[in-house]
Design a protein around this ligand. Structure first.
Ligand code: HEM
Length: 535
């Protein structure tokens, strides 16, 4: 319910009353005044000038003047839907309580309401949905213990592992500050000096960089998070979502054709599927490894530029995600929804992934600016359970988060005169031990190229052809020093990868074995699924 509620959040009786010259469908202003003329401003005579005491007009136009809030600095273009998560009560064939005490997972068949927002990353609110870009896959679980947000992407890894680099990375991807045009040279200027991005670049310039729509793409939490069980023992986990609809990616040519006709195709596809009762579903999986630094691996398990390979760390089913209701209002729900990586519930925890920790500050910080101090009181963001805080005031306070029986004079804790009280602990705390020098230093096991080369080799041939063609087309207008550095990076990933990009840039046939630039056809879905299962 996003209308007709009073400050306590219940139906406002006054909404049902009407003045003597009104019925329930009479247009009013926000003061409840019936609007008798919505066509003519008040003027001196019918030729003007207009008068300044035009309250109705000034209210209407000044509200209109403020209809936009700042759009998200990244992931501005999105689509969302409501649905539910249904738990299987197990992780693979083990009871899930062995690994986590989070309540939403425990009971087979238990349903938790969710809101999901999908997005593209770089461009603005109405940019085409066919662009080569990661896709956001953010889920808000309204659990009985409060909200849990999983703010993930379709791809399972990321460009960088240090949050200090994020603003530079985004600046290089976004339009040039002078021309306002996106420029591949600025992007590769950054990337050629950011070797940890080689793996993500390999996915992004392959067909995996343009999912066909939001229903036929995977989702991933990307980072290692933690699960904590009743004894306080922690495990490292990664989350994945596999679309029951299958995976489908586009070649650049296919994307160009769609973009020429429809730049909202992914939003439209999602909206229409749900309207038709064709509810999209994803199976939710986790990978679990013991907490620790795992010296036996040639990468750091906390490094978000790395996959945990499926054959080594199997994907285990924990439940399914179903989207079955479109938003009633795009702005109130999809635009104002606020997800954050810090929003966890009991039984879930952070890992020491530095990127994850940097993100955790950024999200609520930007939302206090983008939506407002009291953004958590909006219906789309508010938990569907008891909320009682001592936070008062701030722009747009919508209600008082007062506990039942809380003395309204007491907005502090502790208090002997009717204030709120701390909750008992839900289980044993997870208390990891850390020690070390405080310093600025990258991690030891960077291994920037190993998995990128492996991904290149695991691609199907048509995916490799597309990758090389797309890279060559973007790198061609770049300065030679940038091209050379990128060729060096690709060569370190796999000599064949580097050779083909270099040959393409020299003007030779970039597609290697195929002279058409790669097959375009109906086999994509199957190929893509096959490849996904191997990763
Ligand atoms: C949105 C920051 C990395 C996924 C955002 C927003 C910010 C941000 C400021 C806008 C949020 C809003 O206005 O509500 C960062 C920083 C990162 C980072 C500082 C690294 C240090 C990532 C990574 C992922 C990701 C690694 C994927 C795992 C998303 C998604 C959204 C988003 C899905 C859109 C959420 C929505 O639909 O409202 N990010 N981000 N980000 N980010 Fe990140």
């Amino acid at each position: 319910e996003y209308h007709g509620t009073n400050i306590e959040g219940s139906e406002n009786d006054f909404n049902k009353t009407t003045g003597k010259n009104e019925t329930s469908d009479t247009l009013t202003n926000r003061q409840g005044h019936p609007v008798t003329d919505n066509q003519n401003v008040r003027t001196v005579g019918n030729r003007g000038p207009t008068t300044l005491e035009n309250y109705d007009f000034l209210e209407k136009i000044s509200h209109f003047d403020r209809e936009r809030i700042p759009e998200r600095v990244v992931h501005a273009r999105g689509a969302g839907a409501h649905g539910y998560f249904e738990a299987y009560g197990t992780v693979g064939d083990e009871p899930i309580s062995k690994y986590t005490r989070a309540k939403l997972f425990q009971e087979k068949g238990k349903k938790t309401p969710v809101f999901v927002r999908f997005s593209t990353v770089v461009h603005g609110g109405h940019s085409p949905e066919t662009l080569r870009d990661p896709r956001g896959f953010a889920i808000k679980f309204y659990t009985e213990d409060g909200n849990w947000d999983l703010v993930g992407n379709n791809l399972k890894i990321f460009f960088i592992r240090d949050p200090l680099k994020f603003p530079d990375m985004v600046h290089s991807f976004k339009p040039d500050p002078v021309t306002n045009i996106q420029d591949g040279e600025r992007m590769f200027d950054f990337l050629c000096q950011t070797p940890e991005s080689a793996h993500m670049v390999t996915f992004l310039f392959s067909p995996w960089g343009i999912p066909a729509n939001y229903r036929q793409m995977q989702g991933s939490g990307v980072h290692a998070y933690k699960w904590v069980n009743e004894e306080g023992k922690g495990y490292l986990v990664k989350y994945h979502f596999e679309p029951v609809q299958g995976i489908k990616n586009l070649t650049q040519k296919e994307a160009d054709e769609i973009q020429g006709k429809n730049f909202n195709h992914a939003t439209q596809d999602l909206y229409e599927a749900i309207e038709q009762g064709n509810y999209p579903e994803w199976e939710m999986y986790v990978q679990i490894i013991s907490d620790g630094d795992h010296p036996e691996l040639d990468y750091d398990p906390l490094d978000p530029t790395k996959l945990w390979y499926k054959d080594q760390f199997p994907w285990k089913k924990v439940g399914k995600l179903v989207l079955n209701k479109n938003p009633e209002n795009y702005y109130a729900e999809v635009e104002q929804v606020a997800f954050g990586t810090g929003v966890l519930v009991d039984g879930l925890d952070f890992s020491d992934d530095k990127l994850l920790q940097g993100r955790t500050f950024s999200y609520s910080d930007t939302q206090r600016y983008r939506v407002g101090t009291n953004y958590l009181q909006l219906p789309i963001n508010s938990p569907k359970k008891h909320v009682a805080t001592n936070q008062r005031g701030g722009q747009m306070e919508y209600r008082v988060d007062r506990g039942e029986g809380q003395n309204p004079h007491v907005n502090y804790e502790p208090s002997l005169i009717g204030g709120l009280k701390e909750a008992p602990r839900a289980g044993k705390d997870h208390t990891p031990y850390v020690e070390g020098e405080v310093k600025r230093e990258r991690i030891d096991r960077t291994n920037n190229f190993g998995q990128a080369g492996e991904t290149y080799r695991r691609f199907n041939e048509w995916e490799r052809n597309e990758l090389i063609t797309n890279l060559v087309n973007t790198l061609k207008p770049c300065r030679k020093e940038i091209q050379d550095k990128m060729i060096d990076i690709f060569t370190q990933c796999d000599p064949d990868y580097g050779r083909r990009v270099a040959e393409g840039l020299k003007g030779a046939d970039a597609s290697g074995t195929s002279d058409t630039g790669g097959p375009i056809g109906s086999t994509h879905t199957e190929d893509a699924v096959k490849q996904a299962e191997e990763m």
